[in-house]
Design a protein around this ligand. Structure first.
Ligand code: AMP
Length: 283
């Protein structure tokens, strides 16, 4: 496995791969890798010929400085995991390799209504930062395929749109969420959950499952929302930011389910000061 820091060193390596007709798969991450990330890497290994995993804690996508400063770093373990999984290339740029002229930057993204709901609403600037760094990675690496997790459903759809809107010649894949036994979605931020609060963390997933069951049993969306609000209100360590049922096609919040195949339940909130998100499809 090659570990490469500079894009100038990455270019010739990728050019050589491409000249052999090899398809390149890209898995962008912010490190602190867990089995969720590794399932993306694995999906790429299975489908692409050369798998590149990038590790970069992207400063422009953090709307909260404290979250950025506390973001876990487990670099040596990350490399071991990637090597074991069979990743070919790890790109770990220093900040200057991606943001050389950050003070001069004038480019900004806007995503219309899509950028004003759910994560877009509660994390202003976040998607702009994600789109910026992912565009940079796409331009540097020119992958044929790229892999994103369903765990960050809105992010997946953002990148799907970005690829279409900017005519990137890249195929995107959505990889199912990997969970702990109690349902908690794996996340790098889980490393910050104190042990005594860990059992509460599965509340997010449980609310999604209970909510989905209630809907399937004919209860209304507003009944379900009230139930979830009640669960969160009963625990001082939990704070609900949103629980919404959306049309996965356009990310509009819905009040009635019309197309079951295109319906997802999304939740976000805080366990103490740790922000967690999750979602499940209706079907
Ligand atoms: P991050 O390092 O948090 O930016 O995540 C990098 C990629 O891993 C994103 O595409 C995430 O959606 C994906 N990912 C994070 N957690 C999981 C999980 N539990 N299961 C599957 N994919 C995940």
């Amino acid at each position: 496995m090659k570990v490469i820091n500079l894009k100038s060193d990455l270019f010739p390596v990728l050019q050589k791969e491409r000249s052999k007709g090899r398809k390149i798969g890209l898995v962008p991450t912010m490190g602190a890798l867990h089995n969720g990330h590794l399932s993306l890497v694995n999906a790429s290994i299975k489908e692409a010929d050369t798998t590149v995993c990038s590790i970069f804690i992207n400063p422009t996508q953090f709307n909260n400085q404290e979250d950025f400063e506390n973001y876990p770093e487990t670099f040596e373990e990350d490399l071991n995991k990637l090597k074991q999984e069979g990743c070919d290339i790890v790109y770990v740029p220093p900040r200057e390799d991606l943001y050389e002229n950050e003070n001069d930057r004038i480019t900004d993204f806007s995503f219309g209504e899509f950028g004003r709901v759910l994560e877009g609403k509660y994390r202003p600037g976040h998607f702009g930062g994600v789109a910026l760094v992912v565009s940079k990675l796409f331009n540097i690496i020119s992958p044929d395929l790229t892999y994103f997790g369903q765990k960050d459903l809105q992010q997946f759809h953002l990148i799907r749109h970005l690829i279409e809107d900017l005519s990137y010649n890249i195929q995107i894949r959505c990889v199912p969420t990997v969970r702990e036994k109690d349902g908690l979605a794996l996340s790098s931020r889980n490393l910050r959950i104190p042990e005594e609060l860990r059992p509460l963390a599965s509340t997010f997933y449980k609310c999604l499952i209970t909510g989905r069951d209630m809907l399937k049993n004919g209860q209304s969306i507003s009944d379900v929302k009230n139930k979830v609000k009640e669960v969160f209100a009963n625990s001082p360590d939990l704070k609900l930011e949103y629980f919404e049922i959306i049309d996965t096609g356009n990310f509009k919040i819905i009040k009635q389910i019309r197309n079951e195949n295109k319906t997802s339940l999304c939740i976000a909130g805080y366990l103490n000061n740790i922000r967690l998100i999750d979602n499940v499809n209706y079907i």
